[in-house]
Design a binder for this molecule. Structure first.
Ligand SMILES: NC(=O)c1ccc[n+]([C@@H]2O[C@H](COP(=O)([O-])OP(=O)(O)OC[C@H]3O[C@@H](n4cnc5c(N)ncnc54)[C@H](O)[C@@H]3O)[C@@H](O)[C@H]2O)c1
Length: 324
């Protein structure tokens, strides 16, 4: 029996690169197609077929799906929270039509399953912010959050009306070492590691006590693939599942970094992203994901700091060696 073939749209982004690497490891390079408006820059994906695709062009999308006989699509292309506030029209167009084009392709039978990520940005200032439950008040006040909430409703609708097998996770802020984040409100939690190693200091654009839900990116990839491989009858939420990793503040993250880099210092200069962060939950309850499809994670801030510093130090060594 032939293995399923996956298409990752937004493959050059922070999550896309990691997902392509993992899918390639699991199913072989010949069963993964990477698509984006720009090619991914990572050696690990050099042997994966790349298609230049603008997700806003549905004819181009459908011809790629047919040409490669794609079974599963991961639609990651979007404008993230901070960038979306600066370009609301583009954010709405990309975040909504990018989803519609793939849902419609699935409705026509061109793909079997679709993954589309939502975000903790669907919650808003009126949502209970500690241990935010799966089903709760969702009154987002950012363009990004509004687009993600609307997207969730469309996913549920396409599943109920047209039987589209679409699955989704509300990712928290994702932290990884392979690529820089693309304009989100949780970007500080990646940037801080680069600056800690480069200069020993960091100026945070969020205040010391801004607590947000976060997750190491490889855990988010594991959750994504586990969700996509679960039997369809176990997926009872067709809007989007809450997903929880760890939560911390910039101050707590800095304290954890200091255990390794003792003279590391942090200062705070909150900007427009503070308001976005203030509207988001501090921690998430993902017990529904746990009971429906068996999600489980165990992470600490110290684990995260240790992985990030180790990997970024290795990267620095490699780049210094290659320049010698
Ligand atoms: N990174 C996070 O912390 C986080 C948290 C919650 C949800 N998400 C969601 O996960 C998804 C991926 O996020 P990311 O962090 O990898 O974003 P990113 O900005 O790093 O990557 C997005 C990719 O989409 C591509 N793209 C943009 N416009 C396109 C178009 N018209 N056609 C095709 N490709 C296009 C970009 O070139 C980029 O490579 C998004 O839907 C985002 O909302 C991310």
């Amino acid at each position: 029996m032939r293995k399923e073939r996956s298409l990752v749209i937004g493959a050059a982004g922070q999550i896309g690169i990691e997902l392509v690497i993992k899918l390639k490891e699991m199913y072989g390079a010949e069963n993964v197609i990477a698509a984006d408006i720009r090619p991914p820059h990572a050696e690990e994906v050099a042997d994966v077929h790349f298609e230049h695709l603008n997700i806003l062009n549905h004819e181009q999308l459908e011809s790629i799906l047919e040409k490669h006989k794609v079974d599963v699509v991961y639609q990651l292309a979007a404008l993230l929270s901070a960038s979306a506030e600066k370009q609301p029209d583009l954010a709405w167009d990309l975040n909504m039509n990018g989803l519609f084009h793939i849902l419609n392709a699935a409705r026509k039978g061109l793909v079997k399953r679709v993954f589309w990520p939502s975000s903790i940005a669907v919650f808003g200032p009126t949502t209970p912010s500690v241990g935010t439950p799966q089903i709760t008040v969702c009154e987002p006040n950012t363009i990004y959050g509004i687009s993600k909430l609307a997207g969730e409703r469309w996913c549920e609708y396409y599943h109920a009306k047209f039987g589209v097998d679409v699955r989704s996770l509300r990712y928290p802020g994702l932290i990884g070492h392979r690529s820089l984040p693309g304009g989100g409100t949780t970007d500080y939690a990646v940037d801080i590691f680069y600056k800690a190693l480069e200069r020993g200091s960091y100026e945070s654009f969020l205040s010391a006590d801004t607590r947000l839900p976060m997750m190491y990116i490889e855990e988010a990839i594991r959750a994504t693939i586990e969700l996509m491989e679960a039997p369809a009858e176990k997926i009872k939420i067709r809007s989007s599942y809450n997903l929880s990793g760890i939560d911390f503040t910039p101050l707590e993250l800095a304290e954890a970094i200091k255990k390794d880099i003792s003279d590391f210092t942090i200062s705070y200069a909150p900007d427009f992203r503070q308001k976005i962060a203030d509207s988001w939950p501090q921690s998430i309850d993902d017990s529904v994901a746990q009971s429906d499809w068996g999600w489980k994670t165990e992470q600490t801030v110290d684990d995260l700091v240790s992985i990030m510093l180790t990997e970024l130090r290795k990267k620095k060594l490699i780049s210094e060696t290659s320049h010698n």
